[in-house]
Design a binder for this molecule. Structure first.
Ligand code: IPD
Ligand code: CA
Ligand code: CA
Length: 269
């Protein structure tokens, strides 16, 4: 193992193990969701429950027990700085809205970043029994099967994932969707941006675009898409940017430029 890759393999193994464990824990809450108390955060659409918090706490404790020098950023409990150069970036449940409403499109998203980029990305989808796993230089897999993007897929002959939340105006979201359709494409949204990024890596979607998401929503998906041969728009993790919402765009190289144009058109709305 080179010095540069020191510890990557061990962290990749732990990320996969923890994703399965966290997925099982979240699935247990999902199956008993009638008894969950649903709270709101920023507004009535921004929901959370004890499931999100407890799954993140478990992940935080397990990472600290093995890699005490690693940083950790999670959606529910914030940021702990590290000293090793590795930072875990975790969304314990991405797709909380589908989760609390009884739909299966939610996942556990675990990334590890180093030097400003994701070097590990693992997404576990308990309701589909799917594990998407990737690490820098190791490729991307779905339940152990290697993922490689097909360059003949494009906006016109495949589906594009579009995400939205109320950090952006309805007009801008409308403009983005109109643009995808005007180009002869169609869009889909399943309520989990992280899962739709995994779908890009799996070739189920040709691309994903959402104007405003946080690092914990997209880092694992970015690693997966890159390792499957796709392209992602730069997302800064420097300083306060680590905590800020930024545009998230990833796709097959065949449609990357067109997605960037759709992003730019939306900015004008
Ligand atoms: C949300 C989901 C959703 C996306 C939002 C995210 P959460 O994360 O990924 O698809 O549109 O921007 O905040 O709240 O379910 O963890
Ligand atoms: Ca999320
Ligand atoms: Ca979440």
């Amino acid at each position: 193992m080179t010095e540069r890759n020191d510890g990557l393999e061990q962290r990749f193994a732990l990320a996969q193990e923890l994703a399965v464990e966290a997925g099982a824990m979240a699935l247990d809450y999902f199956n008993k969701r009638d008894s969950l108390v649903i709270e709101t955060k920023r507004d009535l659409q921004d929901v959370v429950s004890i499931a999100d918090r407890n799954v993140e706490t478990m992940l935080r404790e397990r990472v600290a027990a093995t890699f005490s020098g690693d940083g950790f950023l999670g959606e529910e409990h914030g940021y702990d700085d590290g000293v090793s150069g590795y930072t875990w970036v975790v969304d314990p449940i991405d797709g909380t809205a589908p989760f609390v409403n009884g739909m299966p499109s939610w996942c556990v998203s675990i990334a590890v970043v180093r030097e400003g980029k994701p070097v590990i990305g693992v997404i576990r989808v308990p309701c589909a029994d799917e594990t998407y796993a990737s690490a820098e230089g190791h490729g991307a897999t779905l339940n152990g099967r290697r993922l490689t993007l097909d360059p003949s897929r494009n906006i016109q002959n495949a589906l594009t994932g579009i995400g939205s939340n109320n950090y952006v105006t309805p007009e801008r979201v409308g403009r983005i969707i109109s643009d995808v359709m005007a180009r002869g494409g169609n869009f889909i949204r399943n309520g989990s941006g992280a899962l739709m990024l995994a779908y890009v890596a799996a070739g189920r979607l040709v691309g994903y675009y959402e104007p405003h998401m946080r690092a914990w929503d997209c880092m694992a998906g970015f690693c997966l898409v890159k390792e499957a041969g796709g392209q992602v728009m730069p997302f800064s993790l420097e300083g306060e940017k680590l905590f800020e919402g930024q545009p998230v765009l990833a796709g097959n190289t065949s449609c990357y430029q067109e997605l960037v144009e759709i992003h730019q058109t939306g900015l004008a709305a």
